[in-house]
Design a protein around this ligand. Structure first.
Ligand SMILES: NC(=O)c1ccc[n+]([C@@H]2O[C@H](COP(=O)([O-])OP(=O)(O)OC[C@H]3O[C@@H](n4cnc5c(N)ncnc54)[C@H](OP(=O)(O)O)[C@@H]3O)[C@@H](O)[C@H]2O)c1
Length: 319
Protein backbone atom coordinates (compact mmCIF):
# COMPACT_ATOMS: atom_id res chain seq x y z
CA UNK A 1 0.00 0.00 0.00
CA UNK A 2 1.11 3.55 -0.58
CA UNK A 3 1.77 4.89 2.87
CA UNK A 4 2.66 8.53 2.40
CA UNK A 5 0.91 10.95 0.09
CA UNK A 6 2.79 12.47 -2.78
CA UNK A 7 4.06 15.90 -1.81
CA UNK A 8 3.34 18.18 -4.73
CA UNK A 9 5.65 21.13 -5.32
CA UNK A 10 4.44 24.45 -6.74
CA UNK A 11 6.57 23.84 -9.84
CA UNK A 12 8.44 20.80 -11.18
CA UNK A 13 11.54 20.84 -13.38
CA UNK A 14 11.42 19.32 -16.86
CA UNK A 15 14.41 17.79 -18.63
CA UNK A 16 13.25 16.63 -22.06
CA UNK A 17 15.59 19.19 -23.66
CA UNK A 18 18.46 17.77 -21.58
CA UNK A 19 18.42 14.87 -24.03
CA UNK A 20 19.98 17.29 -26.52
CA UNK A 21 23.15 17.60 -24.48
CA UNK A 22 25.35 15.14 -26.32
CA UNK A 23 25.99 13.34 -29.56
CA UNK A 24 23.30 10.78 -28.72
CA UNK A 25 20.73 13.52 -28.08
CA UNK A 26 17.86 13.55 -30.52
CA UNK A 27 18.18 17.23 -31.40
CA UNK A 28 14.51 17.77 -30.69
CA UNK A 29 15.07 21.20 -29.19
CA UNK A 30 18.27 22.21 -31.01
CA UNK A 31 19.48 23.67 -27.73
CA UNK A 32 23.19 22.63 -27.63
CA UNK A 33 23.26 22.14 -23.87
CA UNK A 34 26.40 21.08 -22.01
CA UNK A 35 26.82 18.94 -18.89
CA UNK A 36 28.53 21.84 -17.10
CA UNK A 37 25.71 24.26 -17.97
CA UNK A 38 23.07 21.81 -16.79
CA UNK A 39 24.93 21.24 -13.52
CA UNK A 40 24.65 24.99 -12.96
CA UNK A 41 20.90 24.72 -13.54
CA UNK A 42 20.72 21.88 -10.99
CA UNK A 43 22.75 23.86 -8.43
CA UNK A 44 20.55 26.88 -8.79
CA UNK A 45 17.34 24.85 -8.60
CA UNK A 46 18.63 23.07 -5.50
CA UNK A 47 19.52 26.37 -3.83
CA UNK A 48 16.08 27.80 -4.64
CA UNK A 49 14.34 24.74 -3.15
CA UNK A 50 12.95 23.16 -6.34
CA UNK A 51 13.25 19.43 -5.83
CA UNK A 52 11.11 17.46 -8.29
CA UNK A 53 12.81 16.57 -11.58
CA UNK A 54 10.81 15.11 -14.44
CA UNK A 55 12.46 13.01 -17.14
CA UNK A 56 11.71 9.89 -19.23
CA UNK A 57 13.71 6.93 -20.47
CA UNK A 58 13.02 8.03 -24.04
CA UNK A 59 14.22 11.65 -23.75
CA UNK A 60 17.32 11.67 -25.95
CA UNK A 61 17.10 7.85 -25.71
CA UNK A 62 18.41 7.76 -22.14
CA UNK A 63 20.62 10.82 -22.43
CA UNK A 64 18.34 13.06 -20.32
CA UNK A 65 18.32 10.55 -17.44
CA UNK A 66 22.08 10.05 -17.62
CA UNK A 67 22.85 13.77 -17.58
CA UNK A 68 20.30 14.41 -14.82
CA UNK A 69 21.67 11.56 -12.68
CA UNK A 70 25.17 12.99 -13.09
CA UNK A 71 24.04 16.54 -12.24
CA UNK A 72 22.23 15.43 -9.07
CA UNK A 73 25.09 13.25 -7.81
CA UNK A 74 26.42 15.83 -5.40
CA UNK A 75 23.14 16.22 -3.55
CA UNK A 76 21.76 13.83 -0.94
CA UNK A 77 19.14 11.56 -2.51
CA UNK A 78 16.62 12.72 0.10
CA UNK A 79 17.06 16.32 -1.11
CA UNK A 80 15.48 15.75 -4.52
CA UNK A 81 12.70 13.72 -6.11
CA UNK A 82 12.78 11.87 -9.41
CA UNK A 83 9.89 11.50 -11.81
CA UNK A 84 10.43 9.27 -14.86
CA UNK A 85 8.33 7.23 -17.26
CA UNK A 86 7.64 3.89 -18.89
CA UNK A 87 6.91 4.41 -22.58
CA UNK A 88 4.87 1.53 -24.06
CA UNK A 89 6.17 2.06 -27.60
CA UNK A 90 9.76 1.55 -26.37
CA UNK A 91 8.97 -1.63 -24.40
CA UNK A 92 11.48 -4.46 -24.71
CA UNK A 93 10.59 -8.09 -25.34
CA UNK A 94 11.28 -9.46 -21.83
CA UNK A 95 8.63 -10.99 -19.55
CA UNK A 96 8.20 -7.72 -17.68
CA UNK A 97 8.96 -4.78 -19.94
CA UNK A 98 7.93 -2.21 -17.32
CA UNK A 99 10.28 -3.61 -14.67
CA UNK A 100 13.04 -3.83 -17.29
CA UNK A 101 12.66 -0.21 -18.40
CA UNK A 102 12.55 0.90 -14.76
CA UNK A 103 15.83 -0.94 -14.03
CA UNK A 104 17.50 0.86 -16.93
CA UNK A 105 16.21 4.23 -15.67
CA UNK A 106 17.44 3.49 -12.14
CA UNK A 107 20.90 2.67 -13.49
CA UNK A 108 21.08 5.83 -15.61
CA UNK A 109 19.80 8.01 -12.77
CA UNK A 110 22.15 6.37 -10.26
CA UNK A 111 19.45 5.55 -7.73
CA UNK A 112 17.53 2.58 -6.36
CA UNK A 113 14.06 4.16 -6.30
CA UNK A 114 11.87 6.57 -8.25
CA UNK A 115 9.60 8.93 -6.36
CA UNK A 116 6.99 9.20 -9.11
CA UNK A 117 6.77 6.69 -11.97
CA UNK A 118 4.48 7.31 -14.92
CA UNK A 119 2.93 5.32 -17.72
CA UNK A 120 3.83 7.76 -20.49
CA UNK A 121 0.75 7.27 -22.64
CA UNK A 122 -2.39 5.13 -22.81
CA UNK A 123 -1.20 2.75 -25.54
CA UNK A 124 -2.72 -0.25 -23.69
CA UNK A 125 -3.97 0.73 -20.23
CA UNK A 126 -5.24 -2.75 -19.30
CA UNK A 127 -1.92 -4.35 -20.24
CA UNK A 128 0.60 -1.96 -18.67
CA UNK A 129 -1.09 -0.47 -15.59
CA UNK A 130 -1.05 -3.75 -13.58
CA UNK A 131 2.72 -3.98 -14.06
CA UNK A 132 3.09 -0.97 -11.74
CA UNK A 133 1.73 -2.92 -8.77
CA UNK A 134 4.79 -5.13 -8.05
CA UNK A 135 7.03 -2.07 -8.46
CA UNK A 136 5.02 -0.21 -5.82
CA UNK A 137 5.09 -3.25 -3.52
CA UNK A 138 8.87 -3.57 -3.87
CA UNK A 139 9.41 0.10 -2.98
CA UNK A 140 11.39 0.74 -6.18
CA UNK A 141 8.59 3.10 -7.10
CA UNK A 142 7.06 5.28 -4.38
CA UNK A 143 4.13 6.80 -6.28
CA UNK A 144 2.57 6.29 -9.72
CA UNK A 145 0.86 8.50 -12.24
CA UNK A 146 -0.52 8.44 -15.76
CA UNK A 147 0.31 10.79 -18.62
CA UNK A 148 -1.59 11.66 -21.79
CA UNK A 149 -4.58 9.61 -20.59
CA UNK A 150 -8.13 10.83 -21.19
CA UNK A 151 -10.73 10.75 -18.43
CA UNK A 152 -11.98 7.22 -19.03
CA UNK A 153 -8.40 5.93 -19.28
CA UNK A 154 -7.51 7.62 -15.97
CA UNK A 155 -10.55 5.97 -14.40
CA UNK A 156 -9.61 2.57 -15.82
CA UNK A 157 -6.04 2.88 -14.52
CA UNK A 158 -7.44 3.92 -11.13
CA UNK A 159 -9.71 0.84 -11.01
CA UNK A 160 -6.83 -1.49 -11.90
CA UNK A 161 -4.55 -0.01 -9.24
CA UNK A 162 -7.43 0.16 -6.77
CA UNK A 163 -7.88 -3.63 -6.87
CA UNK A 164 -4.42 -3.89 -5.29
CA UNK A 165 -4.98 -1.05 -2.82
CA UNK A 166 -3.14 1.59 -4.84
CA UNK A 167 -4.39 4.49 -6.94
CA UNK A 168 -3.46 6.97 -9.64
CA UNK A 169 -1.62 9.58 -7.59
CA UNK A 170 -0.90 12.11 -10.32
CA UNK A 171 -1.92 13.04 -13.85
CA UNK A 172 0.45 14.67 -16.36
CA UNK A 173 -0.93 16.24 -19.55
CA UNK A 174 -0.19 19.01 -22.01
CA UNK A 175 -1.78 22.16 -20.60
CA UNK A 176 -0.95 25.72 -21.57
CA UNK A 177 -2.75 28.94 -22.48
CA UNK A 178 -2.81 27.64 -26.05
CA UNK A 179 -3.83 24.07 -25.25
CA UNK A 180 -6.52 23.69 -22.61
CA UNK A 181 -8.08 20.38 -23.66
CA UNK A 182 -7.61 18.78 -20.23
CA UNK A 183 -9.77 21.55 -18.74
CA UNK A 184 -12.36 21.33 -21.51
CA UNK A 185 -12.56 17.53 -21.13
CA UNK A 186 -13.17 17.75 -17.37
CA UNK A 187 -9.82 16.20 -16.39
CA UNK A 188 -8.77 19.18 -14.27
CA UNK A 189 -12.08 19.11 -12.40
CA UNK A 190 -11.83 15.34 -11.96
CA UNK A 191 -8.34 15.67 -10.49
CA UNK A 192 -9.38 18.50 -8.18
CA UNK A 193 -12.45 16.55 -6.97
CA UNK A 194 -10.39 13.41 -6.32
CA UNK A 195 -7.39 15.12 -4.74
CA UNK A 196 -5.11 14.06 -7.62
CA UNK A 197 -2.34 16.57 -8.46
CA UNK A 198 -2.40 17.63 -12.12
CA UNK A 199 1.04 18.23 -13.61
CA UNK A 200 0.90 20.57 -16.63
CA UNK A 201 3.53 20.04 -19.30
CA UNK A 202 4.56 22.37 -22.16
CA UNK A 203 3.16 25.40 -20.35
CA UNK A 204 5.62 27.51 -22.40
CA UNK A 205 4.89 25.57 -25.60
CA UNK A 206 8.57 24.61 -25.80
CA UNK A 207 9.62 28.27 -25.78
CA UNK A 208 7.02 29.66 -28.20
CA UNK A 209 5.21 31.34 -25.27
CA UNK A 210 8.37 32.39 -23.42
CA UNK A 211 8.52 35.82 -25.04
CA UNK A 212 12.07 35.05 -26.17
CA UNK A 213 11.10 33.90 -29.65
CA UNK A 214 9.37 35.93 -32.37
CA UNK A 215 9.10 35.92 -36.17
CA UNK A 216 12.37 37.93 -36.20
CA UNK A 217 14.05 35.57 -33.70
CA UNK A 218 12.55 32.11 -34.33
CA UNK A 219 13.21 28.82 -32.54
CA UNK A 220 16.46 27.06 -33.53
CA UNK A 221 16.43 26.23 -37.22
CA UNK A 222 16.31 22.49 -37.99
CA UNK A 223 14.90 21.46 -34.61
CA UNK A 224 11.56 19.65 -34.25
CA UNK A 225 10.17 22.44 -32.11
CA UNK A 226 11.02 25.01 -34.81
CA UNK A 227 9.07 22.93 -37.31
CA UNK A 228 6.04 22.89 -35.00
CA UNK A 229 6.03 26.47 -33.79
CA UNK A 230 7.90 28.85 -36.10
CA UNK A 231 5.00 29.12 -38.52
CA UNK A 232 2.70 30.14 -35.64
CA UNK A 233 4.89 32.87 -34.17
CA UNK A 234 3.16 35.76 -36.00
CA UNK A 235 -0.21 34.64 -34.57
CA UNK A 236 1.25 34.40 -31.05
CA UNK A 237 2.62 37.93 -30.96
CA UNK A 238 -0.44 39.61 -29.39
CA UNK A 239 -0.46 36.97 -26.64
CA UNK A 240 3.27 37.11 -25.88
CA UNK A 241 3.11 40.93 -25.88
CA UNK A 242 0.30 40.76 -23.31
CA UNK A 243 2.27 38.25 -21.20
CA UNK A 244 5.21 40.65 -21.28
CA UNK A 245 3.12 43.70 -20.37
CA UNK A 246 1.46 41.96 -17.41
CA UNK A 247 4.92 40.83 -16.28
CA UNK A 248 6.39 44.29 -16.60
CA UNK A 249 3.99 45.61 -13.97
CA UNK A 250 5.35 43.07 -11.48
CA UNK A 251 9.04 43.02 -12.39
CA UNK A 252 8.60 39.74 -14.23
CA UNK A 253 9.04 38.34 -17.74
CA UNK A 254 6.49 36.92 -20.20
CA UNK A 255 7.48 33.33 -19.36
CA UNK A 256 6.92 33.94 -15.65
CA UNK A 257 3.37 35.10 -16.37
CA UNK A 258 2.59 32.03 -18.50
CA UNK A 259 3.82 29.85 -15.62
CA UNK A 260 1.85 31.89 -13.06
CA UNK A 261 -1.28 31.35 -15.19
CA UNK A 262 -0.85 27.55 -14.95
CA UNK A 263 -0.36 27.79 -11.18
CA UNK A 264 -3.46 29.99 -10.89
CA UNK A 265 -5.40 27.20 -12.63
CA UNK A 266 -4.51 24.82 -9.81
CA UNK A 267 -1.87 22.84 -11.68
CA UNK A 268 1.78 22.05 -11.00
CA UNK A 269 3.63 23.20 -14.11
CA UNK A 270 6.60 21.14 -15.24
CA UNK A 271 8.91 23.71 -16.81
CA UNK A 272 11.74 22.71 -19.14
CA UNK A 273 14.72 24.41 -17.49
CA UNK A 274 17.70 24.81 -19.79
CA UNK A 275 19.48 27.84 -18.26
CA UNK A 276 20.32 28.83 -14.69
CA UNK A 277 18.50 32.17 -14.94
CA UNK A 278 15.25 30.35 -15.78
CA UNK A 279 15.20 29.26 -12.13
CA UNK A 280 14.84 32.94 -11.16
CA UNK A 281 11.76 33.02 -13.40
CA UNK A 282 10.23 30.12 -11.46
CA UNK A 283 10.79 31.98 -8.19
CA UNK A 284 9.04 35.06 -9.63
CA UNK A 285 6.18 33.00 -11.08
CA UNK A 286 5.39 31.37 -7.76
CA UNK A 287 4.93 34.68 -5.98
CA UNK A 288 3.02 36.40 -8.78
CA UNK A 289 -0.68 37.16 -8.41
CA UNK A 290 -2.76 37.34 -11.59
CA UNK A 291 -6.15 39.06 -11.46
CA UNK A 292 -9.24 37.41 -12.89
CA UNK A 293 -9.15 40.10 -15.56
CA UNK A 294 -5.54 39.25 -16.51
CA UNK A 295 -6.47 35.59 -16.83
CA UNK A 296 -9.56 36.32 -18.94
CA UNK A 297 -7.59 38.60 -21.28
CA UNK A 298 -4.78 36.07 -21.70
CA UNK A 299 -7.22 33.27 -22.49
CA UNK A 300 -9.12 35.44 -24.97
CA UNK A 301 -5.86 36.31 -26.78
CA UNK A 302 -4.83 32.65 -26.73
CA UNK A 303 -8.17 31.68 -28.33
CA UNK A 304 -7.84 34.49 -30.88
CA UNK A 305 -4.41 33.16 -31.94
CA UNK A 306 -6.38 30.20 -33.29
CA UNK A 307 -3.49 27.69 -33.35
CA UNK A 308 -3.50 23.98 -32.56
CA UNK A 309 -0.43 22.95 -30.55
CA UNK A 310 -1.48 19.36 -29.87
CA UNK A 311 1.67 17.24 -29.89
CA UNK A 312 2.01 14.50 -32.51
CA UNK A 313 2.03 11.95 -29.66
CA UNK A 314 -1.17 13.30 -28.08
CA UNK A 315 -4.76 12.15 -28.58
CA UNK A 316 -7.84 14.40 -28.52
CA UNK A 317 -8.97 14.56 -24.88
CA UNK A 318 -12.62 15.37 -25.56
CA UNK A 319 -15.39 13.31 -27.08
N1 LIG B 1 4.38 13.38 -20.50
C1 LIG B 1 4.65 13.84 -21.70
O1 LIG B 1 4.23 13.28 -22.72
C2 LIG B 1 5.48 15.09 -21.82
C3 LIG B 1 5.55 15.75 -23.06
C4 LIG B 1 6.28 16.94 -23.12
C5 LIG B 1 6.95 17.41 -22.01
N2 LIG B 1 6.91 16.72 -20.83
C6 LIG B 1 7.65 17.18 -19.63
O2 LIG B 1 7.34 18.54 -19.42
C7 LIG B 1 8.55 19.30 -19.46
C8 LIG B 1 8.27 20.68 -20.02
O3 LIG B 1 8.00 20.60 -21.41
P1 LIG B 1 9.05 21.10 -22.49
O4 LIG B 1 10.40 21.14 -21.87
O5 LIG B 1 8.84 20.27 -23.71
O6 LIG B 1 8.52 22.55 -22.85
P2 LIG B 1 8.23 23.92 -22.03
O7 LIG B 1 8.44 23.75 -20.57
O8 LIG B 1 6.94 24.43 -22.53
O9 LIG B 1 9.35 24.87 -22.65
C9 LIG B 1 10.68 24.69 -22.33
C10 LIG B 1 11.53 25.70 -23.09
O10 LIG B 1 11.12 27.03 -22.78
C11 LIG B 1 12.25 27.87 -22.63
N3 LIG B 1 12.21 28.40 -21.25
C12 LIG B 1 12.07 27.72 -20.09
N4 LIG B 1 12.03 28.56 -19.03
C13 LIG B 1 12.15 29.81 -19.53
C14 LIG B 1 12.17 31.10 -18.95
N5 LIG B 1 12.05 31.28 -17.62
N6 LIG B 1 12.33 32.16 -19.76
C15 LIG B 1 12.42 32.01 -21.10
N7 LIG B 1 12.41 30.80 -21.72
C16 LIG B 1 12.26 29.71 -20.94
C17 LIG B 1 13.48 27.02 -22.90
O11 LIG B 1 13.85 27.20 -24.27
P3 LIG B 1 15.33 27.69 -24.68
O12 LIG B 1 16.25 26.63 -24.15
O13 LIG B 1 15.26 27.74 -26.17
O14 LIG B 1 15.53 29.02 -24.05
C18 LIG B 1 12.98 25.59 -22.68
O15 LIG B 1 13.64 24.62 -23.46
C19 LIG B 1 9.53 18.46 -20.29
O16 LIG B 1 10.87 18.85 -20.09
C20 LIG B 1 9.17 17.09 -19.78
O17 LIG B 1 9.77 16.87 -18.52
C21 LIG B 1 6.16 15.59 -20.74
Amino acid sequence: MTTDNLKTPAVALGTWAWGDSGKTGDGYFGSHLTQAGLEEVADKAHAAGFILWDTAAVYGMGRSETVLGEALKRFARSDYQLSTKFTPQAAGTGNDAVADMLEQSLARLGTDYIDLYWIHNPADVARWTPRLIPLLKSGKVKHVGVSNHNLSEIELANRILGEAGFRVEAVQNHYSLLYRSSADAGILDYCRNHGIPFFAYMVLEQGALSGKYSPENPLPEGSNRAETYNGMLPQLKALTDKLASIGQGQGAAAADVAIAWAIAKGTTPIIGVTRPDYIDGLVRAISMVLSGDDIAQLEALADAANVNTRGWWEQEMEG
